[in-house]
Design a protein around this ligand. Sequence first.
Ligand SMILES: Cc1ncc(C[n+]2csc(CCOP(=O)(O)OP(=O)(O)O)c2C)c(N)n1
Ligand code: SF4
Length: 245
Amino acid sequence: MAVTKTTPKLVDIPNKFCPGCGHGILNRLIAEVIEENGYEQKTIMTLGVGCDCNMNSTFLGDTIQCAHGRAASTATGVKVARPDLLSIAYQGDGDAYVIGLSETLNAAYRNTNITVFVVNNNNFAMTGGQMSWTTMAGQVTTTSPAGRDTKATGNPIKLPEIVSGFDVAYVARGSVHSAEEIMKLRKYVKNAIEAQLAGEGYSLVEALCQCPTNWGMDTRHSLEWMEAEVVPYFELGELKERKAK
Ligand SMILES: Cc1ncc(C[n+]2csc(CCOP(=O)(O)OP(=O)(O)O)c2C)c(N)n1
Ligand code: SF4
């Protein structure tokens, strides 16, 4: 018998991301796992400031719009007040790793029982494509028109590698550049959410996502650039596996 896979109810609405953006893929995977676990009425998603703000109107579950960089702190507050709820922070790399670096590290350091998803698109997308700490060496952005000079600005930050050294439950990095990697990312999303539901502690999944608009490429070239340049630097896989499964 043929199995029909339907769009999760939580994201069954036209989204507001640019055509070809990677955000929508991660949104769908998260929605699928929330619904699989029966948590659609028991999830609060704390949103960073960036293109993820679009989810205020396109994610049909409960959301809180946080101050820039503060989504992990807000998710911590949600979990302390309502430990029965699934508390998810959804952020961009600029939000979580630059302006919110302290909040991100503190939530991980305390092994707070929350789940953090970070879209790493190698730039500050919403504000017009400025250089972020995840911008690749040599990458042209509006604030690095000659290409990122890592001698002056440091190398792209690998935040998951840092927090996987803490006493946390689960850390992984996935990518949406191919169908195969999307299915692996789905497994990481599931592990991260189910680690929280099992009370195991802090989980973080970074998703490499294309931003065709600010990279100045069409979607196909964005995916090719990710595979050729981004993935070899930001290695994919589970950086910290769950102890108990
Ligand atoms: C305190 C403060 N500083 C700066 C900004 C401007 N700002 C809004 S979104 C953003 C960058 C978001 O980048 P990222 O988190 O990577 O998300 P993306 O848009 O790339 O998905 C910045 C700098 C702001 N809104 N508030
Ligand atoms: S600017 Fe980039 S990250 Fe933002 S919605 Fe458009 S493609 Fe996606």
